[in-house]
Design a protein around this ligand. Structure first.
Ligand code: NAD
Length: 485
C-alpha cells in the first residue's frame, strides 16, 4: 500500500503536479524507523527547463497586479495552512523525523506567519518622492524577476515559505528546489498557494541534488538566488551567482556562542541552552553550541542541565508525548557520532548522552560535554546535531574575544540579570541574530541572518523586502535642459 507521505508526483510546475520518472530516483526515508516511505525523481533537464520557462513567462503579469491583490492570495494561503496545520505537521514529521510536538507549533505555523506577514506588507510597497527645487525624483520599488530558492533539510515547510512569501509579495516568480533529503513539504506549499488563487507558474517546486540546484543558479533567466545551506555550498552558489551578476541571499551555518554570566537565573539559562542545542535534535543553524559559562555558576548550571536533559522523551516522533526525535538521516547520525568520539578523544568531560540511542531509527542521545576548550574540534566545527559544548570563562572581556574567534557569525545569546552588561556584550558580538535572556526565537517580524561566513542578506521582516526587490529612480525636469553645446 502506498504510504500517505507519497506525493502525487515529484514536481509542481505551472500550477500542477508533474512527473518524469527518467530522473534519478530519490528515496524518502523516515528517520524514526529507517523505512522508505516515498520516492521522488530528480528533475531532468527537460523539467528544469519547464519550470524556468514557466516562471519567467508568468512573472510580468503578476508584477502588474496591485500589491493588495497579490497580498490577498498570500493571506488566503496562510489561512489554508493554518486550517491544515495538523496534516502538514504530520507530513513535516515524516519528511524530517522531528517530533510532532514541535512540528505542530513550529513549521506550517511559521510558514503561515510568513505568508500572512508578507501578504500584509505587499500593498504597502511604495517608492519615495524627493524634491529637487522645481524638479523632483521619484523612486519605484520593482520586482527582481525570476527568483530561485534552494532549501536545507531541517525546516522544509518553513524555508519554502520564508523564501516564497517575500518573493511573491514583491511581484517575483520562484522556482524552489527543496533539499533532496526532505523533498515532500514544499510540494504542499505550492499546492496550497495555487488553491489560494496564485496564478499558475509563479511558484514551482522541482526536486534534485546539488546539480539541479547548480543548473538553476547558472541559468541566465534567473535574477536572484536565495540559499539555505552549509557554508561550503554557500561559497559555491555565491560564486556561481556572481558570475551572472545575480542578487543573492545566503542563509548558512554557524557555531554560535551562548554566554551565561554568574548572575543569570539558572533555570532560564538552562532552558535557553536546551532550546539552543536540542530543539529539532540540534539540527538548527542558529544553535548556541558553544555555551560559555562563568566559573561561579558552572557546577550548578551543569547539574540542572544534566537533570533536565535526562527528562527528554525519545520515541516515535508521531506521538505527541515525544520531545526529542532522530537525526534526519543515517549519514547525519554517523557524522554526529563521529564528533562525539572526537570530543571524548580530545579530552572533553562527558556530562550526559554520548552515544546512539538503543532503539530503531537514527537517534543520538542529547549530549553535553563540559571542560571544552576553544581549540577542540567540537568547539570549532558546526556539528548540526545534539552536542552541546560547555566552556568556562572568567571575565567579560575574555569571553567576548573568545566568542568572536570563529569564521561564523549567525547568532549569539547572553544570559545575565545585569541589563547594561547584556547590551554592552551583545553590542560587541559579531553575529546577525542575537538574544538576551532567551535563545532561538525567530518571529517573522524580526530580521534573520548572519554575518561573516554565516551569510549575506536577511530573511523575514521588512529587511527581506529589500532583498527581493530593487529601486528604480526617475529624475523629472520641469524646466529647459541646459547643455554645453
Ligand atoms: N542560516 C540559516 O537560515 C540556515 C537554516 C537551516 C540550515 N542552515 C544550514 O544548512 C546546513 C544543513 O543543510 P544541508 O546539509 O541541506 O546543506 P547543504 O549545503 O548540503 O545543501 C543545501 C541545499 O543546497 C543544494 N546544493 C548543494 N550543492 C549545490 C550547488 N553546487 N549548487 C546549488 N545548490 C546546491 C542541496 O541540494 C540542498 O538543497 C547547515 O550548515 C545549517 O547550518 C542554515
Amino acid at each position: 500500500m502506498t504510504h500517505p507521505a507519497q506525493p502525487k508526483a515529484s514536481h509542481f510546475i505551472n500550477g500542477a503536479y508533474v512527473e518524469d520518472t527518467a530522473g534519478t530516483p530519490i528515496p524518502v526515508i523516515y528517520a524514526a524507523t529507517g523505512e522508505q516511505i516515498a520516492t521522488v525523481y530528480a528533475a531532468t533537464p527537460a523539467i528544469v527547463e519547464q519550470a524556468l520557462s514557466t516562471a519567467k513567462a508568468a512573472q510580468k503579469a503578476w508584477a502588474k497586479m496591485t500589491g493588495t491583490e497579490r497580498g490577498r492570495i498570500l493571506r488566503r494561503a496562510a489561512d489554508i495552512m493554518r486550517e491544515r496545520n495538523h496534516e502538514l505537521s504530520v507530513l513535516e514529521t515524516y519528511d524530517t523525523g522531528k517530533p510532532l510536538q514541535e512540528t505542530l507549533v513550529a513549521d506550517a505555523t511559521s510558514g503561515a506567519d510568513a505568508l500572512e506577514y508578507f501578504g500584509g506588507l505587499a500593498g504597502s510597497l511604495t517608492g519615495e518622492h524627493i524634491p529637487m527645487g522645481e524638479d523632483w525624483v521619484y523612486t519605484v520599488r520593482e520586482a527582481l524577476g525570476l527568483c530561485v530558492g534552494i532549501g536545507a533539510w531541517n525546516y522544509p515547510t518553513q524555508i519554502a515559505c520564508w523564501k516564497g512569501a517575500p518573493a511573491l509579495a514583491c511581484g517575483n516568480s520562484m522556482v524552489f528546489k527543496p533539499s533532496e533529503t526532505t523533498p515532500l513539504c514544499a510540494l504542499k506549499v505550492a499546492e496550497i498557494l495555487h488553491e489560494a488563487g496564485l496564478p499558475a507558474g509563479l511558484y514551482n517546486v522541482i526536486q534534485g541534488m546539488g546539480e539541479v540546484g547548480a543548473a538553476l543558479v547558472t541559468d541566465p533567466r534567473v535574477d536572484k538566488v536565495s540559499l539555505t545551506g552549509s557554508v561550503p555550498t554557500g561559497k559555491k552558489v555565491y560564486a556561481a551567482a556572481a558570475a551572472g551578476m545575480k542578487h543573492v541571499t545566503m542563509e548558512l551555518g554557524g557555531k554560535s556562542p551562548l554566554i551565561i554570566f554568574d548572575d543569570a537565573d539558572v533555570e532560564n539559562a538552562v532552558g535557553g541552552a536546551i532550546n539552543g542545542n536540542f530543539y529539532s535534535s540540534g539540527q538548527v543553524c542558529s544553535n548556541g553550541t558553544r555555551v560559555f559559562v562563568q566559573k561561579g555558576i558552572k557546577e550548578k548550571f551543569l547539574a540542572r542541565l544534566a537533570e533536565r536533559t535526562g527528562a527528554a522523551v525519545l520515541g516515535d516522533p508521531q506521538d505527541e508525548a515525544t520531545s526529542f526525535g532522530p537525526m534526519v538521516t543515517e549519514n547525519q547520525m554517523n557524522i554526529v557520532l563521529g564528533y562525539i568520539e572526537k570530543g571524548k578523544e580530545e579530552g572533553a568531560r562527558l556530562i550526559c548522552g554520548g552515544k546512539r540511542a538503543d532503539m530503531p531509527g537514527f537517534f543520538v542521545e542529547p549530549t553535553v560535554f563540559a571542560d571544552v576548550t576553544d581549540d577542540m574540534t567540537i568547539a570549532r566545527e558546526e556539528i548540526f546535531g545534539p552536542v552541546m559544548s560547555v566552556l568556562d570563562f572568567d571575565t567579560e572581556e575574555e569571553v567576548i574575544a573568545r566568542a568572536n574567534d570563529t569564521e561564523f557569525g549567525l547568532s549569539a545569546g547572553v544570559f545575565t540579570n545585569d541589563f547594561s552588561r547584556a547590551h554592552r556584550v551583545i553590542g560587541q558580538l559579531e553575529a546577525g541574530s542575537c538574544f538576551i535572556n532567551s535563545y532561538n526565537d525567530a518571529p517573522v517580524e524580526a530580521p534573520f541572518g548572519g554575518v561573516k561566513a554565516s551569510g549575506v542578506g536577511r530573511e523575514n521582516s521588512k529587511e527581506a523586502i529589500k532583498h527581493f526587490s530593487q529601486v528604480k529612480s526617475v529624475y523629472v525636469r520641469m524646466g529647459d535642459v541646459e547643455a554645453a553645446f
